[in-house]
Design a protein around this ligand. Structure first.
Ligand code: NAD
Length: 377
């Protein structure tokens, strides 16, 4: 087999470790910035974490914006941009999950800046992202903004969107409720799985993604069981970092396309849809991405005693199904109130997604997708 690939790696400056949240002010000063806007997810506004961000920023903190809503709605973004312009903001700090970080990305990308700019990898205004879930937005150059009236999410990808600095502090995730821990954790697992078998992956990303799978498999049940387990939270956050890096640097495949189509139509929690769909898409790909899924089986801890690769590929899908169930997450689309009659429209929506092109098994008609959705229903 001839190996051939192109890659342009995208990465931020990353600080990892317990207590690193307190270094946000030093990072802001290192960037030479003076007028910071702090975007915070509502549930963490009165937390000690937010208080530490304020204390660390000190006189640099000019304004707070806490109107974050799920899926980054247009009206939230527009208000944030107007505030950033009015207060001549030159740095944004976002503390929260994918929604808060998405709002931070949108403000930094669209608000005007006094500085000259715009070489690739330079944002208009720098963003310091402090993720509190495992969704991975902090690692990507991708921004999704939702038009609530049309029920559509516009996706924009630009190297300048990637945060300048990411602070991964496992202590910030201690209070992440167990269901959000489980669902956003499976979201990270899905990013790793698709990065292993995506057509646009490469050997480096596959290695990172496989290691991420092994860490998530070990750590996620422990984090769900005991939120304040520092070792488990740290290993899970490294897994999420690896998943985010994989998501940023390999095109996602059919699973991602299906989750976006379902999410856009029903505005359900992203991680829950991920959890329901993942084993079904893995099973669908098992006869084509057989060796990739067999490697995933090894990363999941399935002993290599059985050398039939196809059997191992199917075992990987079965294990992910059991894993999702063991975390207490829903396992069927009907359990989250999706009607069987809606599945065709979802399948047709998936055909517009770029993700179908990167799926290992060719997707040529909505009927193929519909069959997978029916199995998950
Ligand atoms: P979220 O940001 O919507 O957060 C979900 C809920 O969890 C919110 O109510 C939030 O306040 C709460 N929360 C977050 N952290 C908490 C903590 N530590 N303790 C207590 N509560 C906490 O959910 P998410 O799954 O992180 O992000 C999903 C959004 O991000 C979706 O819109 C998805 O499309 C987007 N996303 C984008 C990218 C990208 O690359 N652009 C990647 C992944 C996800």
């Amino acid at each position: 087999v001839i190996v051939r690939f192109d890659c342009n790696f995208l990465a931020s400056r990353v600080l990892f470790g317990p207590g690193r949240l307190g270094e946000v002010g030093a990072e802001a000063r290192r960037l030479g910035k003076q007028r910071a806007l702090f975007v915070c997810t509502p549930s963490l506004c009165s937390s000690t974490h937010a208080a530490r961000v304020r204390a660390s920023l000190g006189e640099l903190l000019v304004l707070e914006y806490t109107n974050v809503e799920p899926h980054v709605p247009v009206h939230v973004v527009e208000k944030g941009i107007a505030l950033a312009n009015r207060y001549k903001i030159d740095l944004v700090i976002a503390l929260g999950g994918g929604s808060a970080i998405g709002v931070g990305k949108a403000i930094t990308f669209y608000a005007s800046t006094s500085s000259e700019y715009t070489a690739i990898n330079q944002q208009c205004i720098p963003l310091i992202a402090i993720p509190t879930t495992y969704a991975g937005s902090e690692a990507t150059p991708v921004l999704g903004i939702t038009d609530l009236e049309l029920g559509q999410k516009q996706i924009l990808s630009d190297p300048r969107i990637i945060p300048r600095v990411v602070i991964y502090d496992p202590e910030v995730t201690f209070d992440l409720p167990s269901q959000l821990t489980a669902s956003t954790g499976v979201n990270a697992l899905a990013h790793c799985v698709e990065a292993v078998y995506s057509r646009s992956s490469n050997p480096l990303i596959r290695a990172v993604a496989l290691d991420g799978i092994a860490r998530i498999r070990w750590a996620l049940p422990r984090c769900v069981e005991t939120g304040q387990d520092l070792k488990a939270r740290s290993i899970m956050l490294i897994g999420a970092f690896m998943a985010g890096f994989s998501l940023a640097n390999a095109g996602m495949a059919l699973h991602h396309g299906i989750c976006h189509s379902l999410g856009g139509k029903f505005r359900l929690q992203h991680g829950i849809i991920n959890a329901i769909m993942l084993p079904h898409v893995m099973r669908y790909n098992a006869d084509t991405a057989t060796s990739a899924l067999a490697e995933i089986a090894s990363a999941l801890g399935i002993p290599a005693s059985d050398t039939d690769m196809y059997k191992r590929a199917l075992q990987a899908a079965d294990l992910v199904y059991e894993f999702v169930g063991s975390l207490g997450l829903p396992q069927r689309l009907r359990d989250i109130n999706i009607a069987e009659s809606d599945l065709l429209a979802v399948a047709e929506g998936v055909m517009h997604s770029r993700a179908v092109l990167d799926n290992p098994k060719p997707i040529t008609s909505a009927k193929q997708v519909l069959a997978i959705l029916r199995q998950a229903w």
